[in-house]
Design a protein around this ligand. Structure first.
Ligand SMILES: *Cc1c(COP(=O)(O)O)cnc(C)c1O
Length: 361
């Protein structure tokens, strides 16, 4: 590798350089134990300290109250699609779901296995390029499920008050924007996020549950899927994904050292503003999402024709800018601006965009 790589991948995605350095040292010799983190027993004091710190950092960075339990689980965010209704949705209960993208619709499909589901809004007819507004949320719903940031389409709920006011417990898939903005996390009864987008390496999922919702059903829940067992055992019910938890812990430590969620949000805003401003000011590019719903994590746009699209992708490749291509289902470009992406990377790609536009006009 010679040149600087700018990594705009949507997930797994960029992590802080410090995290890579520390994690690679830990593979050779973890905390001067003479052992690799990969050969360390998960029941050792040394690893227990890692898990404890990871859980404590999530609580601290999100300012969670004592009702909210933090778990590090296996199975990805996709397992949460069914683990949540399995634990909290009775077969005669109703759950409200917002259909704002492929991930949301996968969550809907799984919930239907366990109870009644009402899809309260959908933007599918418009290719998920906006977020529906002013729909009704049934008061009788056991919970309302939202996807706070739709990774594939580049939409993100900016006004969460609408959901807070519903009075219905909120369950949120925050896989691609967790810890990226300063919101009141205690307003949510369940939060889940695959770590590989904004919080660490692939292999572990952060799940946060208001414990008051648990233990209310008479359903039999398999041991490994019952949240109460994971809480009681401090996310060590079985062998946890030791290395992934460690990398998540390092990433959380880094976030704390950056000043936490409030400070990272300021940087994230600057990055998103620069990129959207550049898209809007150049004739060759066009944003694909309704402006008020634009995501600050995944920025989706197209070039005005296919030829230019191909050319720009090629130029990105030459300049060491990776992960610029849109999701295979939507095409165009998608630039992910997760916490660890430096402002300089956004400057680099916007400079290239401006230069490209000048040459092509
Ligand atoms: C990536 C993603 C998922 C799927 O995550 P896995 O950990 O691969 O199961 C779910 N929801 C959203 C919003 C995502 O971005």
């Amino acid at each position: 590798m010679t040149n600087v790589i700018h990594n705009f991948n949507a997930g797994p995605s960029i992590l802080p350089a410090e995290v890579f350095e520390e994690a690679s040292r830990a593979i050779l010799n973890f905390n001067n134990t003479g052992l690799s983190i990969l050969e360390l027993g998960h029941r050792t004091k040394t690893f227990q300290a890692v898990m404890d710190e990871a859980i404590a950092l999530v609580k601290e960075l999100m300012r969670l109250d004592d009702n909210h339990e933090v778990m590090f689980l296996h199975g990805g965010a996709s397992t949460q699609f069914f683990q949540i209704p399995l634990n909290i949705l009775g077969e005669n209960d109703l759950a409200a779901y917002t259909d704002t993208g492929v991930w949301a619709s996968k969550a809907i499909k799984e919930a239907k296995l366990f109870g009644h589901v009402e899809v309260v809004c959908s933007s599918k007819n418009e290719g998920y390029t906006y977020l529906p507004k002013d729909f009704t949320i049934p008061k009788t719903a056991k919970y309302l499920h939202i996807t706070t940031n739709n990774t594939i389409y580049g939409t993100q709920w900016q006004d969460l008050d609408f959901f807070y006011r519903s009075g219905v417990p909120i369950v949120a898939d925050m896989s691609s924007d967790v810890l990226s903005r300063d919101i009141d996390f205690n307003k949510f009864d369940v939060i889940y996020a695959g770590a590989q987008k904004n919080a660490g390496a692939a292999g572990v999922t952060i799940a946060i549950v208001n414990k008051e919702l648990l233990g209310k059903l008479d359903r039999q829940i398999p041991t490994m899927l019952d949240y109460r067992n994971h809480i009681q055992n401090g996310s060590m019910l079985n062998t946890p994904p030791v290395f992934a938890v460690y990398v998540a812990m390092l990433t959380l430590r880094w976030l704390k050292s950056m000043g936490g969620v409030k400070e990272i949000e300021k940087i994230n805003n600057r990055k998103a503003n620069l990129l959207y401003h550049t898209i809007d000011s150049l004739d060759v590019f066009r944003g694909t999402v309704m402006k008020e719903d634009r995501s600050k994590m995944n920025v989706c746009f197209v070039a005005i024709n296919e030829q230019l699209e191909k050319e720009f992708i090629n130029e990105c490749q030459k300049e060491g800018m990776v992960g610029v291509k849109g999701h295979r289902s939507v095409g165009g470009f998608r630039i992910s601006l997760y916490n660890a992406l430096p402002y300089e990377s956004v400057e680099a790609i916007t400079d290239l965009m401006k230069d490209f536009a000048q040459r092509k006009s």
